[in-house]
Ligand binder design. Structure first.
Ligand SMILES: [Ca+2]
Length: 139
């Protein structure tokens, strides 16, 4: 009897895995944590994915100082098992904007919140230190 129970549990597990394996996912960027700004006091930040600004929605940028900033940006309709490179940019008034770095995110299964450190773009900054907190769930 025990054998059959184990067997059934395995079948059920495989079935559930099949049912859920191609389900679309979404991620929510909860917070941006600033440990060190690139510029003095404040950076003028925005987030870009695939060449498109995703945050902040209603402004060119948000002035961010050391500490935690609420983001609450969602990236929807994602295929499982892909890598995203979320870019952190600093807006400049009198020169081209700077790509400060990227957050590598792997889309696998529901979980989190996770904290991911920015990989700095050494051509543009030798100071900026940021992380994001994010979570992932099924659509
Ligand atoms: Ca700036």
């Amino acid at each position: 009897m025990r054998f059959f129970n184990t067997f059934n549990a395995q079948i059920l597990e495989q079935f559930l895995e099949l049912m859920t394996s191609d389900r679309k996912l979404f991620i929510k960027i909860l917070n941006l944590n600033c440990y060190i700004t690139d510029e003095l006091g404040f950076d003028e930040l925005y987030l870009v994915l695939h060449g498109e600004k995703i945050w902040p929605e209603d402004h060119l940028y948000l002035s961010v100082k050391k500490g935690r900033t609420t983001v609450n940006a969602e990236i929807r309709n994602l295929e499982p098992n892909i890598h995203l490179e979320l870019e952190l940019w600093d807006y400049d008034y009198f020169s081209p904007n700077d790509l400060l770095g990227i957050f590598p995110i792997f889309i696998d299964e529901p979980g989190g919140p996770y904290t991911t450190d920015m990989i700095p773009n050494s051509e543009k900054t030798d100071k900026a230190k940021y992380s994001i907190m994010w979570e992932i769930d099924y659509e």
